[in-house]
Design a protein around this ligand. Sequence first.
Ligand SMILES: *Cc1c(COP(=O)(O)O)cnc(C)c1O
Length: 386
Amino acid sequence: MTSTQALPSVNNTFGKTVKPISVPKRHLFGPGPSNANPLVLEALALQPVGHLDPYYIDLMAEVQDLLRYSWQTTNRLTLPMSGTGSAAMEATLANIVEPGDTVLVGIKGYFGNRLFDMAGRYKANVQTIKTDWGKAFSLEQIEKALKEHNPSVFALVHAETSTGVCQPMEGIGELCRKYNCLLILDTVTSLGGVPLFIDEWKVDLAYSCSQKGLSCPPGLGPFTMNERAENKLKSRASQVPNWYLDVSLLNKYWGSDRVYHHTAPVNMNFGMREALRLLLDEGLENSWKRHKDNAEALWDGLENLGLQLHVERRLRLPTLTTVRIPNGIDGKAFATHLLNNHGIEIGGGLGDLGGKVWRIGLMGYNSKIENVELLLDIFKSELPKF
Ligand SMILES: *Cc1c(COP(=O)(O)O)cnc(C)c1O
């Protein structure tokens, strides 16, 4: 006998027709996402395979090796977190912070504030060291704060996307060893585009994202931790308070056991594999040089147009440039005009720099001289209208 339970009637009046998707063509010259490499998009469009398929297991190992290359590390625990850069950011703190641990956060922009917020949620005693949005920390400032607060973790942003500053890294890792603390480095806007040496710089944990320097859409957050960090994880008195991001569980899938944890976003990893293969093909140093050369062409061109850049040249980040909005110009209206009439996205300022700067990203696939020329032409022709 079939069940005679009556189902409620479906409300089929949707109210409007929904057409098949059609995405407008955009030049993504903001703080991310940036345009993806078409070869990466082809990889994303392939049929998925099972997340325990031998083919996929091999691909996972390739992704891990390619990430190690991109970061210049031999860290065993190197894997892409399922989620965006913020998920990988959270993974660094979730795995090594125990309640009451002192975490020192370097705040010189928006993403330092995010680290501060997250560390507090893991019940750390969070201390901060701050500098102006547009400046970097000096070694002296950092050493003073390490002495004063005696933290077990120091978290720092390498490439501050909100300000366009690249933090010089010389000596910071050594200081963290001297004061016996772990160094977390946010490399979200540096991976692939800016020189980065995780092992050489004695960085203990780092994270990034797929959609900025790697020419892949958003969806994965590369993560790495070394043995020092692993030892802190192993000596925890309490469980990692976040099941999804617990590296000891994740490593049973990414490591040798291949035990199901969560269903891997298989296609995102196809895309990541291709993005990283393309980076390997180009060569890290060539990619860094391409980003630098194109950024310099952009900086010179903008200055020739009479615009002022927010960061002194020595500290400028090749992947993201902050341009001061000239007095009397409505920066938001200009950005909206570029998007609506020219399909060009640039970013506005965040936090302390809200309304004060535009943020122009030339990351990964987008870092090319044609794009520099396009941007300079559009500033030249459109800005006088504002
Ligand atoms: C974009 C960004 C993040 C966050 O990454 P999402 O992918 O947006 O979650 C973190 N740190 C920095 C420096 C960023 O630029």
